[in-house]
Design a protein around this ligand. Structure first.
Ligand SMILES: [Mn+2]
Length: 298
């Protein structure tokens, strides 16, 4: 295997309870706003080695003085390269196949996007092996169509309509949606916007959670490096609250992704990238805890 810098300096490969895969794909957005394809490699680079490296086999959160995860919890498959000789559909199908293989092997999956269209590919992969999850989506946008247009490819801004139409999730709960729009989206009955305080009651019992994070869910003052910033977003602590709510409901996080970090718009010292690294550490921790048996996958 070619050597590469892994997330938090973890092992390369699929040995971890949580397995990371980079999906450097931003062709689900218009080219003018491209750049999210550069995120997975930069996230890895900001995750180590000197600050967060798992070389000592563990990672701690300094504010709470708690251990986040240990070396065996995480491994990293690197990036699934997009080949310009192939089609977008073929590439996204490959992402789905990779997910299906990992889920079938009992792994929790962590995808580093890429734009938000990659989540559609991931959920198709889960469905391939019969894994029915409920999705919790942190996002400024609903990612729903106004109305279905036959033959139109889903984009990062409309893919949730495909998730609903294809029945890929038991339900989708969206947190953080805000802003102005020239249209009201269609509202499939499996997709709805909830406030942070309503999340616990809205979660289905006995159904694993897939958590998808769009960087623009957070306030652009804290996370400016997104393609479509929307003022008035969530604080960073909202992620911890969401994870605590899922845990309190006795549910496991079966998989997660972090999308729409666009390094092209980041500050010189990667303010947004550093927020993403912290967020990704929280996602790995939540999934590793579930894998240690506090919540069984269903
Ligand atoms: Mn989105």
């Amino acid at each position: 295997m070619k050597s590469f810098r892994t997330l938090f300096g973890c092992e390369a490969g699929a040995s971890g309870r949580v397995v990371a895969l980079g999906v450097p794909y931003d062709r689900g957005t218009d080219p003018e706003h491209g750049g999210a394809a550069a995120a997975p490699t930069l996230i890895r680079s900001l995750s180590g080695p000197e600050h967060h490296c798992l070389a000592k086999g563990q990672l701690f959160d300094l504010a709470s003085r708690s251990q986040l995860f240990v070396g065996a919890d995480l491994s990293d498959l690197g990036n699934l390269r997009f080949q310009t000789s192939g089609t977008d559909d073929a590439y996204l199908a490959q992402v789905g196949d990779a997910m299906a293989t990992l889920v079938h092997a009992g792994k929790r999956t962590l995808v580093l996007g890429g734009d938000h269209l990659v989540t559609l590919a991931v959920l198709r992969g889960y469905a391939q092996v019969g894994r029915r999850v409920q999705v919790v989506q942190l996002d400024a946008h609903h990612d729903l169509d106004e109305h279905p247009v036959s033959g139109e490819r889903p984009t990062h801004a409309t893919f949730m309509s495909a998730v609903a139409d294809e029945g890929l999730a038991a339900q989708v709960l969206q947190v953080g949606v805000r802003g102005l729009s020239p249209y009201l989206p269609r509202t499939p009955d499996t997709v709805r916007v909830v406030g942070l305080g309503e999340l616990e009651r809205a979660l289905l019992p006995a159904t694993d959670v897939y958590l998808t994070v769009d960087t623009d869910a957070f306030d652009p003052a804290a996370a400016p490096a997104v393609s479509y910033p929307e003022p008035g977003g969530l604080g960073f602590d909202a992620l911890d609250r969401v994870l605590a709510t899922i845990r309190a409901a006795g549910l496991a996080v079966a998989g997660a992704d972090w999308t729409e970090y666009n390094p092209r718009f980041d500050t010189a010292h990667h303010l947004t990238g550093r927020l993403v690294v912290r967020g990704v550490a929280a996602l790995v921790t939540a999934m590793a805890q579930a894998a240690h048996g506090t919540a069984e996958l269903r």
